[in-house]
Design a binder for this molecule. Structure first.
Ligand SMILES: Cc1c2[nH]c(c1CCC(=O)O)Cc1[nH]c(c(CCC(=O)O)c1C)Cc1[nH]c(c(CCC(=O)O)c1C)Cc1[nH]c(c(C)c1CCC(=O)O)C2
Length: 364
């Protein structure tokens, strides 16, 4: 059943993602609904993180918080959820440990272990399992009343596999490196399975109302250039090649797609050759150099100041914005302003306001 939503009043980010010349660069930041906002803590209370994701009412309230605080400056909302809902849908338990991050009590051990077979054999119905995400998206679209577009997202296969095997964040990636180098074929089968689920999951998000999508490969930079080519790139490509035809098959609009492969600076040119419209940059890229590469392929870039600059006060923030605006040649085409990764806790909301205002002032 198709849901009707109010028409968009601000489609700047969608026009930019299509490569059009625009009046100013659109802006939003990754993790914009999060712990640096006092209203986030207030609305979340002492609820568990995944409980908030599973409640369409709470998830939509949290998604809207930065849109309301930075009204007129922020040009997109991103649904409040997490990349780890896919491993959960695959039958794995994930808990969010306060001040530590995600934790899998029973990570995948080895391809010889029975759990790998179980995960591989399981027929995962992402439509059913992640119904709460689609409900949250639909409710958020209604509450947005067309103010800005809503972004849906998923984790990239390599990043999700890393979490499923490491059991959480990692410094050395010993377990998942053991898998890819010792059991490459079993690893690829798992990556392939995750990639297929990502396509279905993103398609369902679009049906529910997502107007753009982003794939987060947060651990891409743990791979060497050749390992990235083997264990990440084919699966990122699979998603970008298969989502549009799947959407057409479902009678849905084809939405702009962004890929953010954090740390994979060496892969910029290869990513520009994919079907993603926008390539997310972290702060390892100098804006001017990346822009020259992306221009050759008519790709849009998103990013990319070091989120740490927001701790440096107003003058440091202005300097970072000047470098970006200069590097992205004024920002009227091919640039979605963001940070180079998610905004971190303890940033003062007024310093993010200054970041937005400076982007507006220097490139508006
Ligand atoms: C790797 C990753 C995860 N989740 C996500 C990624 C990819 C982006 C990235 O690289 O940062 C994606 C994500 N997670 C969250 C969003 C919400 C939307 C947004 O505002 O961007 C998005 C897009 C909420 C969240 N996801 C999480 C929080 C903090 C939860 C809390 O303690 O209240 C939020 C708001 C928890 C989370 N979730 C994850 C980690 C590693 C952590 C702990 C670290 C941290 O707290 O920043 C997994």
């Amino acid at each position: 059943m198709a849901v009707q939503f109010e028409p968009l009043k601000n489609d700047l980010i969608l026009r930019t993602a299509k490569g059009e010349r625009v009046e100013r660069p659109p802006m939003w930041v990754m993790r914009q609904a999060g712990r640096y906002l006092p209203e986030y803590h207030e609305a979340k209370g002492n609820r568990d993180f995944f409980e908030c994701c599973r409640s369409p009412e709470i998830a939509s309230t949290l998604t809207l918080q930065p849109i309301e605080r930075y009204a007129g400056l922020v040009d997109a909302a991103i649904i409040f959820s997490d990349i780890l809902v896919i491993p959960q849908a695959m039958g794995m338990e994930v808990v969010m440990v306060d001040k530590k991050g995600p934790h899998f009590p029973n990570p995948l051990k080895s391809p010889e272990d029975g759990q790998y077979g179980e995960v591989m054999d399981r027929d995962v119905d992402v439509k059913k399992e992640l119904d709460y995400v689609y409900k949250a998206i639909t409710l958020t679209r209604q509450k947005l009343q067309g103010r800005v577009p809503l972004i849906g997202f998923c984790g990239a296969p390599w990043t999700l596999m890393s979490y499923m095997i490491e059991g959480g964040g990692s410094k050395m990636f010993i377990q998942v490196k053991t898998w890819i180098y010792k059991y490459p074929e079993e690893s690829k089968r798992l990556l392939d399975k995750i990639a297929r689920l990502c396509v279905e999951y993103l398609a369902e998000q679009v049906i529910a109302g997502a107007q753009m999508i982003q794939v987060f490969d947060s651990w891409a930079g743990e791979l060497s250039p050749s390992a990235f080519k083997t264990f990440s790139m084919p699966y990122l490509t699979y998603i970008a090649d298969n989502l549009p035809p799947r959407l057409i098959e479902l009678g849905q609009p084809v939405v702009p797609m962004t890929v953010f492969a954090k740390g994979a600076w060496y892969a910029l040119e290869d990513l520009c050759k994919t079907n993603y419209n926008t390539i997310g940059l972290d702060w390892l890229h100098a804006p001017a150099e990346a822009y020259q590469v992306a221009k050759k392929y008519n790709k849009v870039l998103q990013g990319n100041a070091d989120p740490g600059v927001l701790y440096g006060g107003k003058a440091a923030i202005t300097a970072a914005v000047e470098e970006m605006v200069h590097g992205f040649e004024g920002g009227k085409q091919g640039w979605i302003a963001n940070l180079g990764h998610g905004i971190t806790p303890f940033v003062k909301p007024d310093d993010l306001l200054h970041y937005f205002q400076e982007i507006h002032r220097l490139s508006g």
